[in-house]
Ligand binder design. Structure first.
Ligand code: SF4
Length: 472
């Protein structure tokens, strides 16, 4: 029997379902001749997008229609991200736009939630500077949205609820999914790693794994419902199960999901290199439904900087995983995250990052300049390198990676690839977009293929950004 910590009780969820019904009644009386509509926008990572789908699910249960525009919405919620300063700046900019819309629609409700408002100083600033915001709620109380909306509608009062918590697990919330083809399934929440630059453990709480059967049953019902790609999500999927009784780990979960009947793919993100094991690579190699793509964020090529980042691996250990993955899965594609200009990083440290990416040959990289986050250890580290210098390093890194991406893409020309068409279909030129198992973008003439189809495609051309193919 598996034991789960921090599970929100069925009784508490029942209370919220009752609030949801009461909201539905109030909204019916408020909007006699039309359905109220809401707009929900999630910033940042796929975990946030997944939370946004639950927020939409709860609002739909209350009777809101879902709009893809904030203009004209009766309720708008920004589900925010705190990972970098510019993510926060964008929220502030767009919040100004919501306040502007509210001037012509004074009954409009505005809510903010997510990682950015979980930081007390930010929530206080928003409450003070933006009196037009009706609702501010933290990352640990998303499931209480029906109660918040009920209190706002019935008592016309402003709500700010940001409890400090190690985090909860909520099962069974309604979901409105962004796609009918690809579905994200969180397997764990929070993080215990405290990388020195990262705000996530401070705003999302400690690592907690969902119960194996809850995940398995959710994936099974998604596959039975026609979904073609399942993305398993966690801040560090590789440590899934460490907090559960019953001996399940991530490789076991992957192999059991692989055994579910149906024509579908499995992806996962994110893998912390310190927990990426040979068992994980062996499981990827032996399970046909697991995509041969590994996102393995290295962050930096210098052991000195990795130590300051508190990443708990060195480059030699990292390269051993890469070597093993390439040996067991020769066609595997690797992607990574790089932080440029971490406090204490010199140009010689940065050169080690360049050498690393040249030797690993990632198919693509997410590259960022270090962004200090209040409350993290790195925020108070001495950081003497000028920002113009960091921008130059980033430019050099991007140029180097562009050449590598082009080279990796070129190696696909002439090869057959199984593609899932999951992107846009352009009727003007009959082109459809999909992704290979290795997560590369492929454009090709549809010739009858539809979004949601798998097809074998021969790659005929490549560029730095994508592949071009034709149906076989
Ligand atoms: S592993 Fe590190 S970078 Fe990733 S969420 Fe946890 S603390 Fe942040």
């Amino acid at each position: 029997m598996l034991v789960m910590k921090n599970l929100v009780s069925e009784q508490e969820l029942l209370v919220q379902r009752n609030y949801s019904k009461k909201c539905e009644e109030i909204l019916k009386n408020m909007f006699i001749d039309r359905q109220p509509v809401c707009y929900v926008h999630s910033y940042g990572c796929q975990g946030n997008v997944s939370d946004g789908e639950k927020i939409k699910g709860m609002l739909a249960k209350m009777g809101y229609g879902i709009s893809d525009s904030a203009q004209g919405a009766d309720l708008a919620i920004f589900n925010t991200c705190a990972i970098r300063e510019n993510a926060q700046d964008r929220v502030f900019g767009n919040l100004g736009m919501l306040i502007h819309y509210k001037k012509s629609n004074p009954g409009m409700l505005i809510g903010l939630c997510g990682c950015m408002v979980q930081q007390e100083h930010v929530a206080k600033k928003i409450a003070k500077v933006f009196p037009g915001v009706n609702l501010i709620f933290g990352t640990h109380v998303i499931h209480k949205l029906p109660e918040f909306i009920y209190n706002i509608l019935s008592e016309k009062r402003r709500i700010c609820d940001i409890p400090d918590s190690d985090g909860v697990i909520v099962e069974g919330l309604p979901v409105v999914r962004e796609s009918r083809i690809k579905a994200s399934v969180p397997i764990s929440f929070g993080c215990n790693n405290f990388c020195s630059y990262c705000i996530v453990p401070h705003v999302k709480g400690r690592e907690r794994s969902r119960d194996f059967f809850s995940i398995y049953n959710e994936v099974k019902s998604l596959v039975d419902g026609g979904f073609k790609e399942i993305m398993l999500l966690g801040q560090n999927v590789n440590s899934y199960g460490n907090d559960l009784d019953g001996g399940v780990n991530f490789s076991y979960l992957l192999s059991k999901i692989n055994d579910i009947d149906g024509d579908f793919r499995i992806r996962f993100m994110t893998s912390h290199p310190k927990d990426a094991t040979a068992e994980l690579i062996d499981t990827m190699a032996s399970c046909g439904k697991i995509c041969k793509h590994l996102h393995l964020p290295v962050q930096c090529g210098s052991d000195k900087i990795l130590g300051l980042m508190n990443r708990k691996y060195n480059i030699e250990q990292y390269l051993k995983i890469v070597e093993y993955a390439r040996k067991k899965i020769p066609n595997i594609s690797l992607t990574s995250d790089i932080i440029v200009g971490f406090p204490g990083e010199t140009y010689s440290d940065f050169k080690k990052t360049l050498n690393l990416i040249k030797s690993v040959k990632y198919s693509s990289l997410f590259m960022f300049i270090f962004s200090p986050r209040k409350g993290t250890a790195a925020c108070s580290m001495s950081d003497p390198v000028a920002s113009e210098e960091k921008v130059r390093w980033l430019r050099e890194l991007i140029d180097c990676q562009n050449e590598i991406s082009e080279e990796v893409h070129k190696s696909y020309v002439g090869r057959a690839q199984r593609v899932l068409f999951d992107g846009a279909f352009r009727a003007d030129c009959g082109m459809i977009t999909g992704r290979t198992d290795t997560n590369l973008v492929v454009n090709c003439k549809a010739n009858g293929a539809k979004i949601g189809d798998f097809a074998d495609v021969k790659i005929i051309r490549s560029s730095r950004m994508a592949l071009e193919g034709e149906l076989i």
